[in-house]
Every structure is written in structure tokens, then in C-alpha cells.
Design a protein around this ligand. Structure first.
Ligand SMILES: [Cu+2]
Length: 107
């Protein structure tokens, strides 16, 4: 009986922690304008999402150097959302213009 109550309480606590963790995932935005990622350096937490919006006439991508993420080729006004699921430092570039660079640091 007592053990059952403890298990139920533990279950409720775990569920609350899981829901809270989910609710804390933040959404970030990086604009691509003037052949630059803005901001070029972004700090996120693991589980957060980043939306890249292309405001240039030229097409761009945001492609991680280590292959962990890439947007499709984005035309003017198009956007794509990626998820940073693990912690680490992710250098990325534009596959169309490799000199365009940015960095996401995930904690
Ligand atoms: Cu580009």
C-alpha cells in the first residue's frame, strides 16, 4: 500500500520533470542577411531549435561542419528549423558560399 503510493508519487514527479524539460526547450532565430548569419554566434541548450531565415536574394544553407545538421537550400524569404539535440560547439557554413560562417554553442 505504502509502496504503491511512493511509486505513484515518483511517477508523477518524473512526468513533471519530463514535461518541464520539454517546456524549457527554447526557439532561436538566425537571420541570413547581407551574406552573413545574424547572430553569427549563438548559445543554446541541448534540445533547443534554431530557425534560419534567408532575407537575402541569394540562396543559402546553414550546414554543420560535422554533418550534425543542415538546412535545405533556402531561397529568398524561406526558412528552415533545425534541432540541436546534443551539447557541443557546432561550426557551420553556407554550402553555396562556404566563406559564410557561423557557430552554435550548445550546453
Ligand atoms: Cu550562402
Amino acid at each position: 500500500m505504502f509502496g504503491n503510493i511512493v511509486m505513484k508519487t515518483l511517477g508523477a514527479v518524473l512526468l513533471t520533470v519530463m514535461l518541464a524539460g520539454n517546456a524549457l526547450a527554447a526557439e532561436h532565430t538566425v537571420r541570413i542577411k547581407g551574406m552573413k548569419f545574424q547572430p553569427a554566434n549563438l548559445s543554446v541548450a541541448a534540445g533547443d531549435t534554431v530557425t534560419f531565415i534567408n532575407n537575402d536574394n541569394a540562396p543559402h544553407t546553414a550546414t554543420a561542419k560535422d554533418g550534425s545538421f543542415s538546412t535545405p537550400r533556402l531561397g529568398k524569404g524561406n526558412s528552415a528549423k533545425i534541432k540541436i539535440s546534443k551539447s557541443g560547439a557546432f561550426d557551420y557554413f553556407c554550402a553555396v558560399h562556404p566563406r559564410m560562417k557561423g557557430k552554435i554553442v550548445s550546453n
